[in-house]
Design a protein around this ligand. Sequence first.
Ligand SMILES: Nc1ncnc2c1ncn2[C@@H]1O[C@H](COP(=O)(O)OP(=O)(O)OP(=O)(O)O)[C@@H](O)[C@H]1O
Ligand SMILES: [Mg+2]
Length: 259
Amino acid sequence: MAKRIDVSDLDIYYGNFKAVEGVNISIEPRSITALIGPSGCGKSTFLRSLNRMHEVVPGARIEGKVVIDGQDLYGSDVDPVDVRRQIGMVFQRPNPFPTMSIYDNVVAGVRLNSTKLKRAALDELVERSLRAANLWTEVKDRLDRPGAGLSGGQQQRLCIARAIAVEPEVLLMDEPCSALDPISTLAIEDLMTQLKERFTIVIVTHNMQQAARVSEFTGFFNLAGVGQPGRLVEFNPTEKIFSNPDQKSTEDYISGRFG
Ligand SMILES: Nc1ncnc2c1ncn2[C@@H]1O[C@H](COP(=O)(O)OP(=O)(O)OP(=O)(O)O)[C@@H](O)[C@H]1O
Ligand SMILES: [Mg+2]
């Protein structure tokens, strides 16, 4: 089941530092939303606020509201650990469990969710997830080897396989293709296009072509200066952002006239 995400008046802090300010956005289910903007403007920070990974940092907190399908994500009755299980995330830096085998990495999330699956069903899930992440042929003969033995791009694809294996209703991807070659990048874009039939996907990318290719909606984050909080400057259908954006700073950024 795809879910709708409504964010209102969101400020995000690391201790006293306000990293992101005043975000209002509604993210549609069964769609891909791309987030773009210069380094340090708070894209990763915002993304992590959508599955409560932000609070893992000591002193980190938010003000404002994140509502997922009508439920307050930060409500006092909500367990952040459950949230992190249900809202999948692929991080900017690949983070496979290094000593765990490739196979166990893929099913790690599924096992956490304590689904009791038979070995044959797990085998099938591992193959399906690795194929979707365009990694299967490279690792099928060494599934019992540690995840740390893979190249950077392979590790990134392993993390994508791990994230999709649990079939999350919302999938957050932070520059998932930054370490990938063009073939794997296209495979991941194909995968996202398939997944959005069922899920809600939010992707951070520095690749304008990628945002234009895969997403229905694009948000442009920017910051007024060093030490200032990042803001969502414009949020519009991707077609509009790349043809006729409302804000001049959006136009400057996407046409490379930034800074
Ligand atoms: N764990 C942290 N503790 C303190 N400040 C942080 C932490 N993580 C990020 N920040 C700060 O928050 C701001 C936003 O960082 P963030 O990583 O969200 O930017 P970004 O848009 O994802 O950048 P990039 O495109 O380089 O990945 C930056 O000023 C950064 O230094
Ligand atoms: Mg980032």
